[in-house]
Design a protein around this ligand. Structure first.
Ligand code: FNR
Length: 180
């Protein structure tokens, strides 16, 4: 099973990116994760959506080639970061590559709520007309105080969180298999 990961933070030391890299290694025998970058995407512009820059075409192709997308996002000002919304806006148009493609969500923040509000907004966006992505029900992963749950190399070391993610990954695989 091939799952694209889109991370909503483009900063170098992003906890959410570290989480993505951790998942890629830990579950490599069950899921082929590909982290698909959004750093170089230009602002969405309807004037060029029919023939967008190559970086946008490549981004859409990589998402289209995946069996599902895992969104891993921080919360910015009670919502998702603009870079992630921008990526979703590109995906929502013309060939609508997310249409019918399953999604699941995780998020990490240094605060206690662990991106609850951002994920609420992201769920709404995933249900929008241009995206219409079936979402893994329940299994909500909110990682608060993430800076206390990773070691200095960015590896997740908080056993209760690791155990919970193990369960969620298993639930995701079962959900995907039940959809075949
Ligand atoms: C934040 N942060 C934040 N945290 C939160 O829990 N709720 C929020 O609304 C916000 N808002 C916010 C806005 C902006 C512009 C920044 C830069 C930060 C803190 C945020 O959770 C923290 O910086 C994370 O470490 C960002 O994730 P990455 O980059 O480490 O993946």
């Amino acid at each position: 099973m091939k799952v694209a990961i889109v991370v909503g933070s483009i900063r170098k030391q992003s906890y959410n990116m570290k989480l993505a890299e951790y998942l890629k290694l830990r579950y490599a025998d069950q899921i082929t994760f590909e982290i698909v970058g959004i750093r170089d995407l230009p602002h969405y512009n309807q004037d060029v959506e029919l023939d967008p820059p190559a970086v946008v075409k490549d981004f859409k192709e990589r998402i289209a080639a995946a069996d599902a997308v895992l969104w891993i996002t921080p919360e910015y000002n009670y919502s998702i970061p603009g870079v992630l919304k921008n990526a979703l806006d590109w995906l929502s148009r013309v060939d609508k590559v997310m249409n019918g493609k399953p999604s699941w969500i995780m998020g990490a923040s240094m605060g206690q709520l662990g991106t609850v509000r951002a994920q609420e907004h992201l769920r709404d966006i995933l249900f929008s007309v241009g995206i219409t992505s079936p979402l893994l029900p329940n299994n909500e992963v909110y990682i608060g105080a993430v800076h206390e749950k990773m070691d200095e190399t960015g590896k997740l070391i908080h056993e209760p969180t690791i155990g919970f993610i193990d369960i969620v990954v298993n639930n995701f695989i079962n959900w995907m298999n039940s959809r075949k």
